[in-house]
Write a protein that binds this ligand. Structure first.
Ligand code: G6P
Length: 600
């Protein structure tokens, strides 16, 4: 989703702005732009489409400056064209903005009546004009910004330049994250740490409602009311090395192949932290797990684990729906929030809602400094490293590694299982990385299957038990990156409607480990075949050993049935990846999608 960069330093900042924008391309966007300030005033250059278009435009211009801002936009108000791209500038002020200004229509009417002319359809454009209005009324830049902020409703993060202040870069945060970075060369601004200029060694996250005014050597923080506050930067080591694709065509492919390490590291890290986790599972009578997208499917898998292993009842919610159903939260409950980015607006809003009701909150995030991590009572971090591909892969299996460990830990504490069983389960998790490697070695088989479905109009995924959410995830992965229509179903549910969609040759992926539900899953497969569907079974040697000859299958390594979703996820990711590759889509940055969804 939208990304912000900003830089003020002793050198030319244009290359830093472009490097920052490149690093946040992964968030998903449809236009990009920068604004810089120099003796001639504000210069704003923006282009629809990929960052490359902007870079080409800039290559034709000898643009140099010590102070600038930049943005990648993911369209909300107004289509992705040049006028709607950020920065939005008038003669005196330039603004980049993440989030949504909810009262922009009223502000637009007011500002139009005051004589301002709007060039775009965006909500953002009210901000520079509003600031200009207060400048015209004689307020100093900082004060004009502060007054403008009081008039804005909604969630936002902004970076601001003033024509008359070549040596200042301003920022403000309400609802959407912003981080400042510092190096010996100067200061910079980003919507996440990946956006920050190379070489920074100190960072500071703005807290809710805070503003910052940066010069080349220092910064000042202000609170909601414009009063100065003091907080120091923290030491920071950049993870730039992790950002190359190595020998992979796409980041998603690299990330799929990192999963034996990321699951291993996450499991070890979690085991180390769990004894200190200040949650008394023996007193819990219910767990709520709330998340969006792939993280929501991790939550659905975890429901099976918590209920079957620890015997604790679990409710699962899609974050965007959670607070609107006025949920009845148990007084002795725990709410768990899962988010790769730790910034998803709906998940964050659900966290705040839950906290306000006095419930204990635990987050599982991949970004340690994210807002969800910082605002929850406790946080466990997946050790997946930066996930660049928009479609989540390694973060998903790392989330599952934490959730599995947590369910076993809860079962131990509640004495829901014998110590021998808990040790056995922990050993099974410890063995997963080598099973993941074995599954990755089957890639040529997944590739053939993926390529074979590239012309299909529909694809279906079915599974039972904890592999039902995996069927949903398999379908999501395929539609996200290949744009093929795909749906996942509980295998037994197919006959209650979706079977009407089965016709000759429609691919149906049957997730079928030998898990005690195999016979029933295979009966559902027969129902599909009887109607001409093309069944592709993903199973182990037991389930694939006795299939009818006409059924295609891929034999995955045998694993404990409890943790099969972690192994089968790899197969589904690779099938989706190769289907997308065969179709020729932009696998890492699929159309319309965003990595970090910071609007509701
Ligand atoms: C977006 C991404 C999905 C992701 C979802 C939740 O829609 O495209 O891949 O699963 O957000 O993101 P989170 O960061 O909260 O896990």
């Amino acid at each position: 989703m939208c990304g912000i960069v900003g830089s003020i330093n002793h050198n030319n900042i244009v290359p830093d702005l472009l490097a920052g924008l490149s690093n946040i391309e992964y968030r998903g966007y449809d236009s990009a732009g920068i604004a810089v300030i120099d003796n001639d005033g504000l210069t704003t250059i923006k282009r629809p489409g990929k960052l490359e278009q902007l870079k080409q435009e800039l290559a034709n211009q000898a643009l140099r400056s010590h102070t600038g801002i930049g943005h990648t936009r993911w369209a909300t108000h107004g289509c992705p064209n040049e006028a709607n791209a950020h920065p939005h500038s008038n003669d005196d002020v330039s603004v980049v903005h993440n989030g949504i200004i909810e009262n922009y229509l009223q502000l637009r009417q007011w500002l139009t009546a005051e004589g301002f002319r709007f060039q775009s359809d965006t909500d953002t454009e009210v901000i520079p004009h509003l600031i200009s209005l207060f400048l015209e009324q004689g307020q100093a830049p900082q004060q004009a910004l502060n007054t403008a902020l009081q008039h804005l409703e909604g969630a936002f993060a902004i970076g601001v330049l003033f024509r008359k202040e070549q040596d200042h870069l301003y920022a403000a945060r309400r609802g959407s994250p912003l981080v400042l970075g510092q190096s010996d060369q100067g200061l910079c601004l980003g919507s996440d740490t990946m956006a920050l200029a190379p070489g920074i060694d100190r960072i500071l996250y703005l807290d809710e409602g805070e503003q910052a005014c940066m010069t080349r050597d220092s910064f000042q923080l202000l609170d909601l009311n414009g009063r100065a506050i003091k907080r120091d930067m923290q030491a920071y080591t950049s993870q730039q090395d992790d950002q190359s694709k190595q020998n992979h065509k796409f980041y998603m492919h690299k990330e799929i192949h990192q999963q034996s390490d990321t699951v291993r590291n996450t499991f070890k890290h979690t085991q180390h932290l769990l004894p200190e986790l200040p949650v008394d599972f023996t007193r819990l009578d219910r767990i709520n797990i709330i998340a969006c997208g792939t993280s929501h499917y991790a939550a659905m898998v975890a429901k099976y684990w918590f209920e079957q292993i620890a015997r604790i009842p679990v409710d699962i919610d899609v974050a965007s729906e959670f607070r609107y159903r006025s949920p009845l939260l148990s007084r002795n409950g725990l709410s768990i929030f899962i988010s790769q980015s730790g910034e998803t607006a709906d998940t964050l809003a659900a966290l705040r809602y839950t906290k306000a009701l006095g419930q204990k909150t635990l987050s599982i995030v991949n970004v340690a400094q994210s807002t969800i991590a910082r605002e929850s009572d406790f946080s466990l971090q997946t050790q997946a490293g930066p996930e660049i591909g928009v479609a989540s892969t390694k973060a998903f299996t790392a989330q599952l590694a934490i959730l599995a460990s947590l369910a076993i830990h809860a079962a131990d504490r509640c004495k829901a299982i014998q110590i021998q069983e808990s040790n056995r389960l922990l050993m099974e998790i410890a063995a997963l990385p080598s099973l993941i490697d074995m599954t990755l070695e089957l890639e040529p088989h997944f590739q053939l299957i993926g390529e074979s479905i590239k012309d299909s109009h529909n694809a279906f995924f079915i599974g039972r038990g904890s592999n039902f959410p995996l069927a949903l995830e398999g379908a999501l992965k395929l539609k996200e990156i290949s744009y093929l229509h795909a749906e996942g179903f509980g295998a037994g549910e197919l006959k209650h409607g979706p079977i009407a969609l089965i016709e000759s040759g429609v691919p149906v992926f049957v997730i079928a480990p030998n898990d005690g539900l195999l016979e029933k899953t295979l009966s559902n497969m027969e129902e599909v075949m009887a109607r001409g569907g093309r069944c592709i079974v993903l199973g182990d040697h037991h389930s694939c050993g006795n299939l009818p000859l006409e059924v295609e299958s891929i034999t995955l390594p045998a694993c404990d049935k409890v943790f099969a979703p972690i192994i089968y996820a790899i197969a589904l990711q690779l099938i989706a990846y190769h289907a997308a590759l065969a179709i020729g889509t932009d696998v890492d940055q699929p159309r319309n999608l965003a990595k970090s969804v910071t609007v509701e």
